[in-house]
Design a protein around this ligand. Structure first.
Ligand code: AMP
Ligand code: ZN
Ligand code: FE
Ligand code: FE
Length: 307
């Protein structure tokens, strides 16, 4: 059993790589990919930690991209490229490698988004929120993401968002921070197609993360079964080899729908918990419902298609 989607303090998770590797050994994982958002800065520490506990380490990163072929419809009827997370496995970690420039660009774009998001929240009444408060919840400026904003909102504005409970966390994202919510800031990230072209021939393998959330937020398993195939076929055509199906945030029925859609599109059904430590209600390896099992074979297949 493996887990190919996890986060550490190097992005918006709460575990250090050492804690993550210990937890992986405890759960009995044979391999783990640490897929922090837009950075591989955690890779060296994670490699050492995994070697210490005897768990195989796969270098990964979760890229914050946009998809212009399947735009989202705005309230006013306009269209806008959709935020899409794409997992990139076997990513080169050498700071001098040209592909690291992509990560630098994505982080710069994130910085700009974060500044706009803060200004927007202050405008909307979160007047006690400061950049220093948000950053204090992350490991550093480079790691800041929406979960850190959420924590700071709970700390400084319980009169608006209530106490920090799992239910209020969901509500906060639905109302304020989620895609399309009141404080939503569109991203100007790179497109999936552009990035697929960029990594071609480098040995990096792309897999679209939680496609039901990226493309079909709030959809039922039946709606995923009817709407996802067209989207995945298009992504496959652009060079995305995998689609996340064994996903920690969903139950067996949704997982089955995601699995069928991935296979029908000729993609590798990849998987992971999307573990964020205290920032998300999923457990490493076994997911939210405790019955997630990502087969070892997924990693074998990802290796087979490296170009
Ligand atoms: P960012 O990379 O800053 O755009 O933040 C993305 C992260 O925010 C995701 O990895 C999730 O941890 C969290 N997130 C985004 N949308 C939601 C949502 N609707 N509910 C809960 N968490 C979310
Ligand atoms: Zn995250
Ligand atoms: Fe994601
Ligand atoms: Fe993630």
């Amino acid at each position: 059993v493996i887990d190919l989607h996890t986060h550490s303090v190097f992005s918006d998770g709460s575990d250090t790589p050492d804690q993550l590797a210990d937890a992986a050994a405890e759960v009995g994982l044979s391999a783990i990919a640490l897929t922090d958002h837009d950075t591989t800065a955690s890779a060296a520490e994670m490699a050492a930690a995994c070697a210490r506990v005897g768990v195989e380490h796969v270098v990964g990163v979760e890229l914050s991209l946009v998809d212009d072929l399947f735009p989202r419809t705005l309230a006013g009827g306009g269209l806008e490229p959709r935020h899409v997370h794409v997992l990139a496995y076997f990513f080169p970690v050498d700071p001098a490698h040209p592909l690291q420039g992509l990560l630098t660009d994505l982080r710069a774009e994130r910085d700009g988004r974060n500044a706009k998001l803060l200004a927007r929240l202050v405008d909307l009444g979160f007047t006690r929120l400061t950049w220093a408060d948000v950053v204090a919840r992350a490991r550093g400026e480079e790691s800041v993401g929406r979960p850190h904003f959420a924590e700071a909102m709970f700390a400084h504005h319980p009169e608006i968002v209530g106490e920090q409970t799992p239910e209020n966390w969901r509500r906060l994202f639905d109302e304020w921070l989620g895609d399309g919510a009141r404080a939503y800031v569109p991203r100007e990230g790179r497109t999936v197609g552009e990035v697929a072209d960029l990594v071609r021939g480098t040995g990096v393998v792309l897999s679209v993360a939680h496609p039901h959330l990226n493309y079909l937020g709030g959809a039922s398993p039946a709606e995923v079964a009817s709407s996802l195939p067209e989207i995945l076929t298009s992504l496959r055509g652009r060079g995305v080899r995998g689609s996340e199906a064994y996903y920690g945030g969903v139950g067996p029925e949704m997982r089955a729908a995601l699995l069928a859609a991935a296979r029908d599109a000729g993609m590798i059904a990849t998987g992971g918990s999307d573990y964020h430590g205290i920032f998300k209600d999923v457990r490493l390896g076994v997911g939210a419902t405790g019955d997630l099992r990502v087969p070892d074979d997924v990693l074998v297949r990802l290796r087979e298609v490296r170009d």
